[in-house]
Ligand binder design. Sequence first.
Ligand code: BGC
Length: 765
Amino acid sequence: MKWLCSVGVAVGLALQPALADDLIGNHPMTPQARDAFVSDLLKKMTTDEKIGQLRLISVGPDNPKEAIRDMIKEGQVGAIFNTVTRPDIRAMQDQAMSLSRLKIPLFFAFDVLHGQRTIFPISLGLASTFNLDTVRTVGRVSAYEAADDGLNMTWAPMVDVSRDPRWGRVSEGFGEDTYLTSVMGRAMVEAMQGKSPAERYSVMTSVKHYAAYGAVEGGKEYNTVDMSPQRLFNDYLPPYKAGLDAGSGGVMVALNSINGTPATSNSWLLKDVLRKEWGFKGITISDHGAIKELINHGVASDPRDAVRVALNAGVDMSMSDEYYSKYLPELVKSGEVSMETLDDATRHVLNVKYDMGLFNDPYNHLGPKESDPKNTNDESRLHREEARAVARESLVLLKNRLETLPLKKSGTIAVVGPLADSQRDIMGSWSAAGVKEQSVTVLQGMKNVAGDKASILYAKGASITDDKGMIDFLNLYEKAVPEEKRTPQQMIDEAVATAKQADVVVAVVGESQGMAHEASSRTSIGIPESQRRLIAAMKDTGKPLVLVLMNGRPLSLVRENQQADAMLETWFAGTEGGNAIADVLFGDYNPSGKLPMSFPRSVGQIPVYYNHLNTGRPYNADRPNKYTSRYFDEANGALFPFGFGLSYTTFSVSDVSLSAPTMTHDGKLTASVTVNNTGKREGAMAVQMYLQDVTATMSRPVKELKAFKKVTLKPGESQTVSFPIDVNALKFWNAQMKYDAEPGKFRVYIGQDSARVKQAEFELK
Ligand code: BGC
């Protein structure tokens, strides 16, 4: 495993001697040495050179490589993103190292959310594994591949908690839960940065989007966020903090406003909380074009004013706009931005460059020219084995009536649906440098796994959508929806004819990757109508119907849940997605994924999240009552709750036993259950522990995830699973914004998901 060998590789490949400069040397990787070095360097820099360090440029049509090279030479660029090959990166670094006055190395960044060359499942899928080791594997492989492409930094992980599946970017995060998002984000940071981002095969991370982007009103992209400080600190901020505590060197600032102040102009967020309270020493980076957007937000009068506001608020680097370079010289001259403020921002950029090891070796992720891969997309650069293993673990079995699954590797299987054979869609959004030709579709995977034992027939059956407006939207930036010559009815007829020849139908349906992306909020979260018609036609054939769902957000699936015999949630499972899905469909792998977000029954119920407050009149399904908190026109609660997921075996969970009925503020107790595999095959289950503060000075959630453990059991085997609890698990920000645990009664819930739990009580003295 090539990526494992990387851990512990020392910094400092041989320098390219002609380019060496006195800035470059064997600098000790300690904060003291760094601070002294950076202070010294700052003294040598002109104002323009400092401003240049704050500019982060995206290579693209607006900024072709040649133009960028000139700017680099003039010291006008601090870092580059969206360039992902070693020759391109080396050419730019050469420019900085040989022609700029001070020869300060550039750093190179990219969005590596779920893989670089090898694409892993989208983050929602990674969260579904409920397995931190698995997430670490993804982080390590991604960092390996990114560093091997010459990159130093990634705009990941995305740790925006979100409770609104209308928001397309829920696909990029780890779901609705604060704890799950925090531990997943932390694991990703630790794995990607390794012992140090300066290692040959590590990259620096940048947690995003700070802060609370996932709470945009109505799930509408880029919308406003308004929330109480208690909710912000208890539910939304902890994942960013967890990433920073794990050592993330970067923070990307959110595009939204919070309580009326855009994050990009929010000195309370960027200075008081981030720097003063949390002690963050790395860089803050504006999101794409966010500085000039301050004008639209109505907090800056013109571009010059926007620069003044953003830098003074604490935005160090400006992503993809020229305004810092254009207006900072005069703003510094006039004193509207002090030299001290400019120095602080520049210092943060130089600090991270030092931590990336760039002053020891500006080519540390590049190596000599001769070592460049002949073909950047070469098959040998992929980590298919890891991708398949991770993807299998990310799949969530939602329904399995009469053991429809696993399928037999015999007879005839009809595979239908617009997503069954789409190489692009299975990679999901933000698929970095992944190449669609290298991804395995569900159809291909089923053929691979079944071999010649079963006959697999295919008919597309429907387009992703027939809605012209939606097709135009999805095709805006890339030709994402293939043109279809057949009429919708002809396609359905073909699928019906195919299904009639088969013993079972597998329909691969859901969203295209572009429907669950940045700038892709939806007002309905159902499967598009074209595909619903296909599903209905398949149901009408009377054949057993398996729905393989591909989507980047929870969908409303009430009707499909009635129609289907089995449903497997596969998110966007990545390069090896098709093989992994086939492994589960044919039973070579027993699914164990659990939902990281509740699946609402309808849009009208949103937000639906398991860790809500109780209200004064909670709804009780066993004793329904009119004057309770409910909707009267629909069943209440999620269709599939947070933490839910079936297996091909069954498990039982015993009553909860506590090591003591009380706990002191500095004490500990242990909650345990015995888990038994009551079915017929080996399987894994993520045992989940939730806590509830029953009576406090503030209303507290009905339960909150505090720990989980995945156990693998043979049929008939039992295992005791124990969770230690200490006061840290009981603390919260109260009405006076004091963070502590309050004495009183607590409930412990342990179970297979957030709804199916056993409980016990203890008291904090
Ligand atoms: C997104 C960020 C991303 C950046 C650079 C922006 O549009 O909001 O998440 O990192 O682009 O690609």
